[in-house]
Design a protein around this ligand. Sequence first.
Ligand code: ADP
Length: 398
Amino acid sequence: MSEPAKAVVSLNSGSSSIKFGVYRLDAEHRPIHSAGGKFEKIGIAPSLRIATDTGEVLLEKSWSDGAGLTHADLLDFLFDWAHDHVEPHSIAAIGHRVVHGGTRFVTPQRVTPDLLDELETLAPLAPLHQPHNLVAIRTLQRLAPDLPQVACFDTAFHHARPEVATRMAIPRELHASGIRRYGFHGLSYEYIARKLAQIDPVLASGRVIAAHLGNGASLCAMLGGRSVDTTMGFTALDGLMMGTRCGQLDPGVVLHLQRQMGYSAEAVEAMLYKHSGLLGVSGISSDMRVLEADPSAAAKEAIELFTYRAAREAGALAACLEGLDGLVFTAGIGENAPAVRQAICQRLAWLGITLDEAANAAGAPVISTPESRVTVRVLPTDEERMIALHTVRLLTGA
Ligand code: ADP
C-alpha cells in the first residue's frame, strides 16, 4: 500500500447481523471514518443502514422477500457499494473481528489458508461468533481473492494478563492443553483504553474497570490501560449475565442437567448460550429496552439480577486492582441505559462512587460528581475503528 489513495473496510460478522466501517486512509495511512453501518435480520428480512459519523444517512434498504439472501449475497452488495463510495480511493484491505485467537494468535494476523484452518478448530469455543466471523473471511476470499484480509482477535488484548488470571483451578495438564481463561471483547477494551488515554490520561494511567454491556457483556480490569483481568473466561459464557447467555454458573448445574434431567450436550449448549440471561430470567426478551418498558415482576427481576451480577463482578475486579479510580460504561446498554448504570453504581457506592444523577440521565461523558472518589464515565466503543487501525498497521507498518 504505497500510494495514498487507499481505503479499508472493517467487518464484524455475527449470525444475523454484520456491522461494518469504511475508512479512507490519509497521506500518513491514518484511517479516516467515511461510512459505517449494519445489516440486520439476515436470514429473515435483511435490512441495511449506512451513515456517516455525523449521522447523515447514505443508504437505507430492506429486502422484504430476502429471507434467502446469504451473508455472501449481502457482502457482495456491500462491497459494490463501498467500491463506488470510496472513489477515487480503492479498497486495499479488509479487517475482521475474530472472536477467538486461542493461545497462538495474540496479535492481528494476515489471513492465509493455514490461519483459517487453525481458527476453524477454535469454533467450538465460540459457537455464537467464530463460525460467522470465518464465513465472512471465506466469502471475501471468493469475492475478492487478491484483497489482503486481516484477522483481529478479541482475545488478544487480554493476552498479557498475569498468569494467575488465566488459570482455572483444574489439573495442570488441562491448563497446558489450552483450557484457560482467555477473555473477550478485547477490541472494545483496547479502543476504550486508547480513547481514555487521549481524553483523560490521568485516569487512564490508573485502576479502571471498563464495563462492556451489550448483548454480550463483560468487565475488564485495566491498570495503566492494560488488561489485568476480565470476567469472561475459556468461552464468552463466563462472568456477567447477558442477553441470552447465563454468565457465571456452578458447573454442577451442567452435570445435573445431563445426568438427572437427560439434557444432551446440544441441549445444554442451547440453554447456556441462547435461552438464559435476560431472556431466560424474564421469559420475555433479551433486549434491555423491551424489559425496561415492561411492567412485569419478571422483567424487573431480570434487570435486578443483571445489575446485581455486574456490581458483584465489579467488586471482584476492584479487589484484583486493589482499589478503583475509574469505571467506564460502554456498548448498547452501557451507553444508553441510565437506570442500569445507576443501579450498578448504587451497589458500588462503598467503593467511593457518587453518581451525578442529572449527568447520568443526560448520558454525559462524566456521570460521577466532582467529589466522587471514583470517576465514572460513559464512552461509546468503536470496535470497527480498532479493526481498521490494526489492519492498516499490519499492512503498512504505520
Ligand atoms: P451487541 O453485543 O450485539 O453489539 P449492543 O452493544 O448493540 O449489542 O447492545 C444491545 C443491547 O443494548 C440490547 O439489550 C439493547 O436493548 C440495549 N440498548 C440499546 N439502546 C438502549 C437504550 N436506549 N436503553 C436501554 N437499552 C438499550
